[in-house]
Each structure stands twice: as structure tokens, then as C-alpha cells.
Design a protein around this ligand. Structure first.
Ligand code: MEZ
Length: 531
């Protein structure tokens, strides 16, 4: 392979280089609140109403959600037409964790004495948690406090966040970092052993703890080890396709389907924890995604059909810096840490048009606007914006980018792009669902004994999440759900198992005149070429 930038791109690179010293000397300007509001309204994809539809049935009837999600929420159940022997389950456990990102929940429930099982549709760790790069927030430094973190989270989420959830997130943050560190997560530390922390978009203090630029992979490595050490059973390549309830309406297990053989299995459980992650593979509004292959909103569908309400299902996060070029890695994540380390957004004329660390919704909208204004860099799949990565070594010294962002460097070097020497082209990529299943502070949804943790739950981030709060969310609320279920299962006596709620939901759909061939949960995206 040879260096892939075109002559036209290199002409623009020269302009980026020509303005670099001046840009480094000047403090980039922050937008005013009014400027941000106007920008969001005009350019953020959440404001593109034509891509949303009304939910016709279920607890969120009358509210809007992305069209693709509405279709799945109101699709046919995969168990339709099946005769299932619910009285003779294949698995009988105290706590069933659905999704490998629930590893921390499984560990805590196990610690509380529960007989726990994890079921995951791919392998444990094939999850968005694994793919989080830049870090995890927690206010554990002297110049910081949970109160300061709280204000940042609320401001970033447009004050739509559920206050009690935010309080739990920030108060438990420092202890979570300690828990992970004690388990063996190799966080970046200075020569004296102190954690190195950086800023993220919208943070007023440097509280991003990282393991280079593979923070999620490092955290998942350690959690997976701990699951193995505790001999917690993991049933992999097996998807949950429906929540089972008992005749009193409590969550009581799940119908599972082996992904290879198609075999149907019944798991009975006194408590169920959903930790199935996000929805990037639904490619809302045609966006590429940074998400893992299985991110198809399954948890939302399962919980919704069981009667749980969703919250902020109409707000998505488009990460400002997805790869726009080269095409082979289109939509892959370029961690925000690149900007935390100093790289600026620069247009085709070499101008820095926006502060690099505005909150994600604002930054993504700013990039979209700059391209819409015709100031983008032309590449085969789409025009994008320069992220001036050579600034990192220029600011912090040679070798910094290689040390602090080795994953990024390697990803681009595979295509002969050395991001230490030339800027890279980015455009927003679908990254996160800000909303999800509504939960109370103990992690329980509206359905008794059905807990939801991590990206599948909604409320803590309001209408926009800050960098590093998703890893924190999945650890704080995963552990919390595990601890709560670890207490709760001791009080649970299950009556007969039933899927009556699935039948009732289907009848409600019929009565509402919904006719569809779609089945859900979706489980995996369908990338086959359509005729
Ligand atoms: O929290 C995230 O989404 C995250 C850490 C992403 C990143 O840019 O690295």
C-alpha cells in the first residue's frame, strides 16, 4: 500500500501545517449557550424529525423514537408459534445476566451468594464496553469532587438527567476506579504511581482515567478474568429472545436461542439483569457506527415487551470523530482522547472553526455544519474535517502520540497514514444511545426483578452523554444491579412461568392495525446486499 491522500488532500494539508503554530498559540473560543442551541437545532440528527416515528403500542405509546427502533419494538416475537415447555427449564439460577457487559453485575451478585449465569449472544466481551477507548471518568483527584462531576454531567445532558441516577454515578465513581485498579486494570500512571487523568468534552476537571486508548478492552479483560476465576458460567453464542415472567408479573427468566443450532432453551431466574448495550448497528439516519457487531437494541425490545417503560429513546449520540477516510474503516472510532491531548478540528482551508472539547452533541453538530458549508475535505465516501493529530507531539513532545494513543496510531498505519505526521479525516459516527429502559436508583425497571444496567438503561445521561461516563455507568450501575439482585433473589418465590405478556403485546399490536414481517429482537445486523 502507498500513502493514500490525494493531491487535493495534500494541498489542504499544507494549509493545515501553515496555520498550526498560530493555532497552537491561540486559545480556541467556546461557544455561547445561545450559539450551541441554534447549532444543535439546525444540525444535530436528533432534530431531524423525519427520521422519527410515533410508538403506537406499549408503555411509551404516543412518544417518538427512531423509525428503526419503533419497527423493532412493534415487531413480531421470535417465540410466536413456538410451543415452549416453561415448566421444565434448561437452566435454573438465582440471577441471570443477559449480555457480557454485565460482567460486573455477575461478579457482585456472585459475591452476594447468588447462583449466577451470564448469557451472551456472541462471546463475553464482544460488546461496546470492550470498544470504549479514551477512558473512564471519576472525581478522585484533590482539585475535583463528585459535586463538580455532577454539575458537568447535568450540564452535558441539558439538565434532562435523572438527578438521583447522576448522584449515584458520581458518588460511586472513585470507589469504582479503586475496585477496578485492585482487580488489576492497568490504568495509566506517572512514575510515582499516580493515575494520569485528562479532560474530555464538557469536563471542568481532568478526571478521565485511561489505559492508553484501549481502556474498555483493558477493563473487560480484567472483568472477564474475574468471571472465570469465580467460575461463573457463561453461555455464549446464545441470544435472549424474550423475557419470561411468572404469573404474578415478576421477571422470572428468559427464552434463549443458540445462535449456531437454533435450539431453544429456557432459563428460569429469580432476578434478571439486562446489560445488552446499544443500537449502533441499526444505523439510524444512515450513519456508520463505532459499535460492535451485536449492538441492535435487543435489551430495549425485551424489556419493552415485558412492560418496562423507556426513557429518552429519542436521543442518540453521534461521536464527533468517526473515521471518514480511509473507506476500509469508515465509521470506526477515533477516540476523543486525540482531542483531549490537543488535536483541533480544522477545515479544508486550515482554519480551526470550533473548540475541540465542546460536548459531543455540539462538537458533532459543528463538524456536520462545517461540511455542509462546503468547508470539508473531499474523500470517496463522504467529505470530512481534519483532526490535526500532529499537534499532539508538537504540544507534548515527540513520542507522546505513540505512547498514549498506540491503538489509533496502529489503526491508521495499516493504511499507510502516519497520524503523527499528517492530520486525519473524520466525520460523526453513531456511537451511543443516550436513553434506554427507565430504571430507579436500585437499577430495577418497571417490571419487578428486571434490572437494566449500562447503555441499555436510560436517564443518567439525560439527552447527551459526556465522554468516559459510559464506562463509569456500566461499572457503577452494573455493580449496583448485581448487589441489588444479590439481595433481592433471597426474597423471591416464583410462581408458574408464563409468556402471556408476549401474547397480550401482540394482540395490542394487531388491535392497533400494525402489520409487519419484522421479527425482534434483531440480534445481528443484516448486511446482505438487497436485490
Ligand atoms: O465514553 C466514550 O464514549 C469514549 C471513552 C469514547 C472515546 O472517544 O474514546
Amino acid at each position: 500500500m502507498s500513502f493514500p491522500y490525494t493531491e487535493e488532500m495534500m494541498e489542504s494539508v499544507k494549509k493545515v501545517e501553515a496555520t498550526r503554530a498560530a493555532r497552537m498559540a491561540a486559545e480556541p473560543r467556546r461557544m455561547t449557550a445561545e450559539e450551541k442551541d441554534a447549532l444543535l437545532e439546525q444540525y444535530h440528527p436528533d432534530y431531524n424529525l423525519s427520521s422519527f416515528a410515533e410508538i403506537i403500542v406499549g408503555p411509551n405509546k404516543g412518544e417518538k423514537a427512531p423509525k428503526e427502533l419503533v419497527e423493532l419494538l412493534q415487531a413480531k416475537s421470535r417465540v410466536q408459534g413456538m410451543t415452549l415447555d416453561l415448566a421444565h427449564p434448561d437452566y435454573d439460577v438465582d440471577v441471570l445476566v443477559i449480555g457480557g457487559s454485565g460482567a460486573s453485575a455477575a461478579i457482585e451478585a456472585h459475591e452476594a451468594g447468588a447462583n449466577v449465569m451470564i448469557v451472551t449472544k456472541l462471546r463475553i466481551g464482544d460488546a461496546n464496553t470492550m470498544m470504549a477507548e479514551g477512558g473512564i471518568q471519576a472525581a478522585d483527584k484533590e482539585n475535583d469532587s463528585p459535586a463538580q462531576h455532577y454539575l458537568d454531567v447535568m450540564g452535558g445532558g441539558h439538565f434532562a438527567n435523572v438527578p438521583e441516577l447522576v448522584e449515584k454515578l458520581v458518588m460511586d465513581g472513585p470507589e469504582c476506579i479503586k475496585w477496578l485498579n485492585d482487580l488489576g486494570v492497568l490504568f495509566d500512571k506517572d512514575k510515582d504511581g499516580n493515575m494520569i487523568t485528562t479532560h474530555g468534552g464538557g469536563t471542568s476537571r481532568k478526571r478521565m482515567h485511561a489505559a492508553a486508548d484501549y481502556s474498555g478492552a483493558e477493563i473487560m479483560r480484567v472483568l472477564r478474568d474475574e468471571v472465570q476465576n469465580r467460575k461463573i458460567p457463561v453461555v455464549d453464542f446464545t441470544s435472549a429472545i424474550e423475557i419470561i415472567k411468572d404469573t404474578e408479573g415478576k421477571a422470572a427468566g428468559a427464552v434463549l436461542q443458540n445462535m449456531e443450532t437454533g435450539e431453544i432453551l429456557i432459563a428460569r431466574a429469580k432476578c434478571v439483569i439486562i446489560a445488552t448495550g446499544g443500537a449502533g448497528r441499526l444505523h439510524y439516519q444512515g450513519f456508520p457506527t463505532s459499535n460492535h457487531y451485536g449492538a441492535t437494541a435487543d435489551g430495549l425490545v425485551l424489556a419493552y415487551r415485558a412492560g418496562a417503560r423507556l426513557l429518552y429513546q429519542d436521543t442518540l449520540q453521534y461521536h464527533p470523530t468517526g473515521v471518514a477516510f480511509p473507506s476500509q474503516i469508515y465509521g470506526a472510532l477515533v477516540t476523543e482522547k486525540v482531542r483531549s491531548m490537543g488535536a483541533q478540528f480544522v477545515n479544508v482551508n486550515g482554519e480551526a472553526f470550533m473548540h475541540p472539547l465542546e460536548t459531543r452533541d455540539v462538537a458533532a453538530s459543528g463538524v456536520i455544519r462545517e461540511v455542509a458549508r462546503g468547508n470539508g475535505i473531499h474523500t470517496p465516501l463522504r467529505d470530512g474535517i481534519w483532526l490535526d493529530s500532529p499537534m499532539i507531539d508538537a504540544i507534548h513532545g515527540e513520542g507522546t502520540l505513540e505512547k498514549r494513543l498506540p491503538g489509533m496510531l496502529r489503526m491508521y498505519l495499516r493504511y499507510d497514514i502516519d497520524m503523527r505526521k499528517v492530520p486525519i479525516v473524520i466525520y460523526p459516527t453513531l456511537h451511543y444511545q443516550n436513553g434506554g429502559v427507565r430504571v430507579s436508583v436500585n437499577g430495577m425497571s418497571d417490571v419487578e426483578n428486571l434490572y437494566v444496567a449500562g447503555e441499555a438503561a436510560g436517564g443518567v445521561h439525560g439527552r447527551n452523554r459526556l465522554m468516559g461516563n459510559s464506562l463509569l455507568d456500566v461499572i457503577v450501575f452494573g455493580r449496583n444491579a448485581g448487589q441489588e439482585a444479590g439481595k433481592q433473589f433471597k426474597n423471591v418465590t416464583l410462581s408458574d412461568l408464563t409468556l402471556e405478556h408476549v401474547d397480550s403485546f401482540e394482540k395490542e399490536c394487531e388491535a392497533a392495525g400494525i402489520h409487519t414481517d419484522e421479527v425482534s429482537p434483531k440480534i445481528l445486523p443484516d448486511y446482505r446486499r438487497k436485490k
